[in-house]
Design a protein around this ligand. Structure first.
Ligand code: HEM
Length: 511
């Protein structure tokens, strides 16, 4: 109280002495008010000063909205909003909840951030740690991360991918049969947003865990997984209490982990019984049991389950986005679909039941180009947040302060007109000529990131999207019901067409 009075002497002295008794009565609360106001004002000025000091000459608002900054924009992100920010400069600044953020829009800056592990490391949204568990390997950095990841690379060798391909083919055909049966009952166009997600989920679960998870377990994981996707918003209610999205996501993770741990345990038993590996977990156990293997050997069921969960977490949304846009692009470009079909006819030689093999996939360069192009035009992941662990001299005239967020954009690199002429156009042909600017500038292809945290599942992801579209090309006809929202992008962690891509399916007849 004494200090608050001292802080406002002029207010006291300006009062008439006749007011004194009454004034004495209200003095304490009035004084508190002024003190609080002074503190709040000082903090607000400090906030603006710190923001301006960190931002220096970078483009971006000169003032940040007190406390929340651009919170409202981050709640409902739009491509238009991001574009505006990226177009404001190669580096630009914003603030959200007092987190100072530098957005990097060029290929060079994006690559520099991703490839400077001594200055910046991935920064998953706050809720991610609660959902994936803080001791999950994905939170490792530096040497520890490199070593852990080296062991996991064994799960994506060509030999391993060959094992997964057959599972992918079987599940895809099973789902197409189901989709066609549903379309026979009701042939109207329906959004494939959720059905494509279900297909991806079952494919991933069977590739990772084989048949060690019963049907109802797979269904439980799939049904609850949406809770995890929606809890990944940039800003969420910080406490995981019942009723919040993060709480629901944690329950979903617990349910998934129970089944994944069971799968790890059963995989160990199967390999111990002398069975050859039939899924990723069994392949992993087989590698660990190999006396020639030089890496770490002991992995508990829980640790293996956490790795599998990290793969589900990293892949489910991105793969679904890639697949949905793949269907949409093919439907909207019948000339491309015709070429994909021609290639399929040639490779399959009229046998549409024959399971696909890696060798057959190798003979489909047009399909590969098409998948590369669909992921370029609509990259599922447009940016990945990193955070600076120390002051990061990103350019000759700007240093990102320590503890800031730095967010490289992949979108601009993938839509650079110098490298991809007519960048919005869907042109798989640009990938067919080894001397094309697309092929001679691999630095721009940031769909899967770059540097030590570059996506570990690239080959598997590309192969899965290619396989599903290859099977679709020969088994299905699909018509896209174009709506005013088809070209509008919805950002739910990854990109999706706002209308969920409405397709009318029918079986493809062969002569
Ligand atoms: C179209 C599908 C996919 C896209 C677009 C995609 C994209 C990405 C991107 C942009 C990153 C961050 C890279 C960086 O920071 O430089 C990433 C990381 C990662 N991805 Fe993918 N991904 C896809 C599918 C998959 C699949 C299928 C898996 C696993 C089976 C997977 C597992 C991971 C993991 C574990 C990381 C973190 C790697 C690390 O920190 O070392 N992703 N992915």
């Amino acid at each position: 109280m004494a200090s608050s009075q001292a802080a406002f002497p002029s207010v006291l002295s300006s009062r008439d002495s006749a007011d004194a008794p009454a004034f004495n009565g209200v003095l304490p609360s009035g004084s508190w008010f002024y003190t609080t106001a002074a503190i709040v004002l000082s903090l607000l000025i400090l906030e603006q000063t710190v923001y301006r000091y960190k931002k220096r000459h970078l483009p971006g608002d000169n003032w940040t909205i007190p406390l929340i900054g651009k919170f409202a924009d981050s709640m409902k992100p739009t491509m238009e909003g991001y574009m505006k920010q990226w177009n404001s400069g190669a580096l630009s600044a914003i603030s959200v909840f007092n987190i100072f953020i530098v957005m990097a829009s060029t290929t060079e800056y994006a690559r520099k951030i991703l490839n400077s592990p001594t200055y910046a490391e991935p920064c998953l949204v706050h809720s991610a740690k609660q959902i994936i568990l803080p001791n999950n390997w994905v939170f490792l950095t530096g040497k520890e991360h490199v070593e852990y990841r080296r062991g996991l690379n064994q799960l994506f060798t060509r030999k391993a991918l060959g094992l997964y391909l057959n599972i992918q083919d079987v599940i895809t055909r099973k789902y197409f049969a189901k989709w066609l049966a549903e379309a026979a009952k009701d042939p109207s166009a329906k959004p494939i947003m959720m059905t494509a997600r279900e297909l991806n989920m079952e494919t991933s679960l069977r590739v990772f865990c084989g048949n060690h998870i019963p049907e109802h377990g797979a269904k439980e994981i799939s049904d609850k997984y949406w809770m995890i996707t929606v809890a990944l918003e940039l800003v969420n209610f910080p406490l995981a209490v019942p009723g919040t999205k993060v709480y629901a996501a944690i329950q979903a993770r617990k349910a998934a982990m129970k089944w994944l741990e069971l799968a790890a345990c059963k995989s160990k038993e199967s390999v111990a019984a002398g069975n050859p590996p039939e899924c990723m977990l069994e392949e992993w156990v087989t590698i660990l049991n190999d006396p020639a293997y030089k890496g770490r050997r002991e992995f508990s069921d829980h640790e293996m389950a956490m790795v599998v969960f990290s793969f589900l977490f990293a892949s489910q949304d991105a793969m679904s986005s890639g697949l949905i846009y793949g269907f949409q692009h093919l439907a909207d470009h019948p000339e491309v679909l015709a070429k994909v079909r021609e290639e399929q006819e040639r490779v399959r030689a009229g046998d549409y039941e024959k399971p696909l093999t890696l060798e057959m996939m190798d003979e489909m360069p047009y399909l590969r180009a098409m998948v590369k192009e669909t992921l370029r035009v609509k990259p599922p992941v447009t940016m990945v947040p990193y955070k600076t662990t120390k002051a990061f001299p990103i350019s000759a005239d700007y240093t990102v302060p320590s503890g800031s967020m730095v967010i490289p954009s992949f979108y601009n690199a993938l839509h650079d007109p110098e490298v991809f002429p007519d960048p919005e156009a869907f042109l798989p042909e640009r990938w067919l000529d080894p001397n094309s600017s697309a092929n001679t500038n691999p630095r721009n292809y940031l769909v899967f990131g770059s540097g030590p945290h570059k996506c570990i599942g690239i080959e598997y992801a590309m192969m899965n999207i290619a396989l599903v579209l290859a099977d679709a090309a020969v088994l299905l006809n699909w018509e896209h019901e174009v709506t005013p929202l088809s070209e509008k992008v919805q950002i739910i962690a990854t990109l999706f067409p706002q209308d969920g891509c409405k397709l009318k399916l029918s079986p493809r007849q062969h002569a």
